[in-house]
Design a protein around this ligand. Structure first.
Ligand code: 1GP
Length: 243
């Protein structure tokens, strides 16, 4: 099966900068302003769309709007099986390999797979690893899993390696949206040295120097959400910090 979005990750000659858009945090006016910022910045490689808890009925309309108003590929970062849309370019099919909740490892995927096939959506098999970021995040609570302790890089590295051996196409290390602190350079480097597939890092990034630190430690793709919801004007500064 063709994997155009994933192949772009693999073929990328430079590191990729992704912005996470949680539809629940936007209305049509804030989304419009956000898209204007994206166009002005013109340095965002991918848009991730999803959230742990969506109370507004705007998941589909958010993806439609982004596809209509930007040329940036839109990838679903699903919080649950309701977050599937044929309008997106691809979906990260997340298996929460840092946890031991069978539903998050395979159960939800059984429910989602026929719907994803029907939507003819490109899937990117993603080993999703939560790393402790100093406080309980929504994703930890909603997924009913423990994160990997921040001081245990060897557990993170072995988990990522197992994910790669199981056939995952990406590893996504996430401190969780709104984490108190981002994933340490030591943790990122330990995982990167163990795997050959691309490594996404996100969660708790609050400044440009954290972006640079994560890149230098070995992240191939950086995701920023919360900070840009609050300060969209920082988009260019963060994109420029990719090294
Ligand atoms: C969360 O990695 C993403 O899943 C982004 O986190 O919102 O803290 O940037 P932030």
């Amino acid at each position: 099966m063709l994997k155009p979005t994933y192949n772009k990750f693999i073929a990328a000659e430079r590191k990729q900068f992704c912005v996470l858009i949680d539809p629940d945090k936007h209305d049509s006016s804030s989304l419009k302003q956000f898209v204007e910022q994206l166009s002005r910045t013109n340095q965002v490689d991918y848009l991730l769309v999803g959230g742990s808890l969506l109370r507004k009925q705007n998941f589909e309309s958010t993806i439609h709007f982004l596809k209509a108003e930007t040329d940036i590929p839109v990838i679903i970062f699903p919080g649950n099986t309701m977050q599937i849309s044929a309008s997106a370019d691809a979906i990260l099919l997340l298996s929460l390999i840092s946890g031991r909740n069978a539903d998050m490892l395979i159960g939800s995927h059984v429910l989602a797979a026929p719907l994803i096939k029907e939507a003819q959506l490109e899937t990117i098999a993603t080993g999703y690893m939560l790393i402790d970021g100093g406080q309980t995040t929504a994703v930890q609570y909603m997924s009913n899993t423990f994160p990997i302790p921040s001081g245990k890089p060897e557990i993170a590295a072995a988990t990522a390696l197992a994910g790669e051996m199981l056939g995952m196409q990406l590893i996504y290390m996430d401190a969780g949206s709104g984490a108190l602190f981002p994933i340490s350079a030591q943790m990122i480097a330990a995982v990167k040295s163990e795997i050959n597939i691309p490594l996404i890092v996100g969660g708790g990034i609050k400044d440009a120097k954290s972006v640079t630190a994560a890149c230098k430690a070995g992240a191939d793709i950086i995701v920023v959400g919360n900070l840009l919801e609050k300060k969209p004007e920082m988009m260019r500064e963060l994109a420029d910090a990719m090294v």
